[in-house]
Design a protein around this ligand. Structure first.
Ligand code: 13P
Ligand code: SF4
Length: 334
């Protein structure tokens, strides 16, 4: 008699940490969970021993986002939560500027990043010297700096912003003209929503700059009725053709509120994976671009970070106070 070759599915109850596995079972197969479980169990134990929290950005993979993270969110939420936590140690599962921001807001706490090379093309696009030159060229014009920058750049700026509060911060300054840097597209997309004149820099996110209006047109042709969400780091021509644009948290919020039957998120790949796990009834179409910096963070590196208390993020005391003021001003304004 011919036997079926398909294996009997492993019930979650038969796997390690079944309650945790149920959160990701639609994304992670049982054989992979058995491999990940050792690191996850170790991270949970180490967090308790060290009174540590893991702050994870929305672009972290589901194995991190849905199992070991204590707090998840966009850059603004991570900054706010970093300020509130009473843990002794913060592990930032995200990129370096996010860890630096957490350190600025918690100078007495230990802030760790599991991979020091987790950078950002926007943060790399501008230096403190560039800002000083801009000030000379545009005297008296306030400088609004995206959090995706180094502490040295923040220290030369007037106030920070994120993609979720850019318009509010710019209009809150009550001036007719601002410099907004380093993301040219975020600046142009924000300029389209306000009367304030915006002078932009020429930095781009290497992930979002790759989306095109043609991508949207072909998605609409091949997936009838699809709702297209796009991050404001995408080029303005992309934002002009999408249905909704907002920060990573705003996109997740839109999906939760509007429940589009078929949706695509033009952003980093893990974002859709994470949101899709929360809304199994919705269809997520998933063309996406990977952020190589975010993808440097893995479960084994988070475990190693907590075991060895590396890599500790520090900020040069000569700039820390000035950089902190720009982040705090943002948190107060919006
Ligand atoms: P959010 O603030 O929207 O999470 O964006 C951060 C980021 O790096 C997007 O590429
Ligand atoms: Fe930087 Fe873009 Fe990666 Fe976000 S997605 S961390 S902006 S390179």
């Amino acid at each position: 008699m011919l036997q079926s070759a398909s294996p009997t599915p492993t019930p979650a109850a038969a796997l390690p940490m079944p309650e945790l596995y149920r959160r990701v079972e639609r994304h992670i197969p049982p054989f992979e969970w058995r491999i990940l479980a050792d690191d996850i169990a170790a991270i949970l134990r180490l967090k308790a021993e060290r009174n540590a929290v893991v702050l994870a950005h929305n672009y972290q993979t589901p194995d991190i986002f849905h199992t070991v993270a204590d707090i998840v969110g966009d850059s603004l939420a991570l900054a706010r939560e970093a300020e509130r936590t009473d843990a002794d140690v913060i592990v930032l599962a995200g990129v370096h500027f996010m860890a630096e921001t957490a350190k600025l807001l918690n100078p007495k706490k230990t802030v760790l990043i599991p991979d020091l090379k987790a950078g950002c093309s926007l943060a790399a696009s501008i230096t403190a010297a560039d800002i000083r030159l801009l000030r000379e060229r545009h005297p008296g014009v306030p400088i609004v700096t995206y959090v995706n920058t180094s502490a040295a750049v923040k220290a030369e700026s007037d106030v920070c912003c994120t993609s979720s509060n850019a318009k509010k911060i710019i209009e809150g300054l009550g001036v007719p003209k601002v410099i907004m840097l380093p993301d040219e597209y975020l600046a142009r997309n924000t300029a389209a929503q306000t009367k304030v004149e915006i002078i932009a820099w020429s930095g781009h996110c290497e992930v979002h700059e790759r989306f095109t209006p043609e991508d949207i047109r072909s998605l609409r042709e091949s997936h009838h009725g699809i709702i297209v969400l796009a991050h404001p780091e995408c080029p303005p021509e992309v934002i002009a053709e999408c249905d909704f644009s907002g920060s990573t948290a705003a996109m997740a919020g839109y999906v939760g509120k509007e429940r589009p039957a078929r949706v695509v998120l033009l952003t980093e790949c893990s974002m859709s994976d994470n949101v899709a796990l929360q809304y199994p009834d919705l269809e997520f179409v998933r063309p996406c671009n990977l952020c190589p910096h975010m993808k440097r963070i893995t479960l084994p590196k988070i475990r190693c970070s907590l075991e060895t208390m590396t890599h500790e993020v520090t900020v040069d005391p000569a700039i820390a106070d000035r950089a902190r003021r720009t982040v705090e001003r943002m948190l107060t304004m919006g």
